[in-house]
Design a protein around this ligand. Structure first.
Ligand code: GLY
Length: 357
């Protein structure tokens, strides 16, 4: 088993990564003598929720399961209140645990409930999507959406443990696997060139799965290093947003319906790499290699047809834009990025030049 210890000022906790971990009794020692509630969604619960419930009960852990509807719709205040009410009905106390079993939506909703119910109860993350295994289950960001935007109400709340069993990915549909691959490739771009080179040699999903423990370990190591240095995203953590400023703009312009998060981030990474080249920060081949790698894993690379003003509007309304300038994560070489601030006027001009409309 690979174990990574995350040391933040708020909490120190392990990320455990191992094929088959989900079925191992000793993975759940942290729950001993506590009550637990599994929060899972209507897609994941039939696959893994019932098994986990049975396993924990067999281990003598007083466990319940709470199932939310699958999809982004569940990251709402309505679902959150229902979950709080359920926690109160079953008398969950501060010593007890929420187990978030699922992808990003489940982790965010269950995590935010854990961070706020009784001013904070224990949380274990068991991610079941690639995106959650390498990104959303680590680092403590938890949130729900508002009609005004995604993740607008949230907190930083670190779990007690993150249990990652890559074999759970065997049931993940191809499009969702590709979704997570965008974030995997991002880690190669921002910090781990060896990972990027390794991915260039792996032909497809099957080959990635042959090396999945190492791939996930490398991604989690990068994320841990960044989160330890800048848990609250004051500076360094922003590099995790490589490709995300324009990716979020694409998601927003298409009302979150057309592209998955990873697909939008893939297009955003190609856009920002091309822009980095245009501004003289990197060689052309850097942008080309990133595009080729994304396309190999069935991710879109070409920026969709959108008007400059719509993209500009989405970019400057991003919740991460706090002042009159926008921070962009530009790439210098594979594994090396830098943060640069641009005035809103300059951003508008650059988008116009890049999109040519
Ligand atoms: N997903 C980006 C972050 O955790 O900061």
């Amino acid at each position: 088993m690979q174990e990574i210890r995350v040391n933040t000022s708020a909490k120190k906790y392990p990320l455990k990564i191992r094929n088959g971990l989900f079925n191992k009794d000793d993975a759940y020692l942290v729950l001993k003598n506590r009550k637990a509630v599994i929060v899972s969604d209507s897609n994941v619960a039939p696959l893994y929720g019932k098994d986990l419930l049975e396993k924990l009960r067999n281990l003598g852990i007083d466990t319940d399961i709470y199932i939310i509807p699958a999809g982004e719709i569940s990251k709402s205040h309505e679902e959150l209140i229902k979950l709080y009410n359920y926690l109160s009905e079953i008398n969950i106390t501060r010593n007890d645990f929420i187990i978030a079993l699922g992808g990003g939506v489940t982790g965010d909703l269950a995590g935010f409930a854990a961070s706020t119910y009784l001013r904070g109860i224990n949380l274990v993350q068991i991610p079941t999507s690639l995106l959650a295994m390498v990104d959303s289950s680590i680092g403590g960001k938890v949130a729900v959406n508002l009609t005004a935007g995604k993740n607008l109400v949230g907190s930083f709340y670190q779990p007690e443990e993150v249990l990652i069993d890559p074999m759970l990915l065997n049931t993940l549909p191809d499009r969702h696997f590709a979704d997570g691959m965008a974030e995997v490739i991002k880690y190669g771009c921002i910090r781990d060139r060896e990972l990027f080179f390794m991915l260039e040699t792996l032909e497809n999903r099957e080959k990635v799965m042959e090396n999945i423990e190492e791939v996930i370990f490398r991604c989690c190591t990068v994320k841990k290093d960044i989160v330890e240095q800048d848990e609250r995203e004051k500076s360094l953590r922003m590099i995790l947003n490589f490709g995300h400023t324009f990716g979020h703009a694409i998601e927003k312009c298409f009302e979150y319906k057309t592209y998955t998060h990873g697909e939008a981030v893939a297009m955003g990474m190609v856009f920002i790499s091309d822009l980095s080249h245009k501004l003289g920060f990197c060689q052309k081949d850097v942008a080309e290699r990133i595009k080729k790698l994304l396309q190999k894993f069935n991710l879109p690379a070409d920026f969709p047809k959108l008007k400059t003003e719509d993209v500009f509007d989405a970019v400057i309304k991003d919740k991460k834009v706090r002042t009159n300038s926008v921070n962009l994560v530009l790439i210098e070489n594979i594994g090396i990025v830098r943060i640069e601030a641009f005035s809103k006027e300059r951003i508008g001009g650059l988008i116009n030049e890049m999109l040519g409309n």
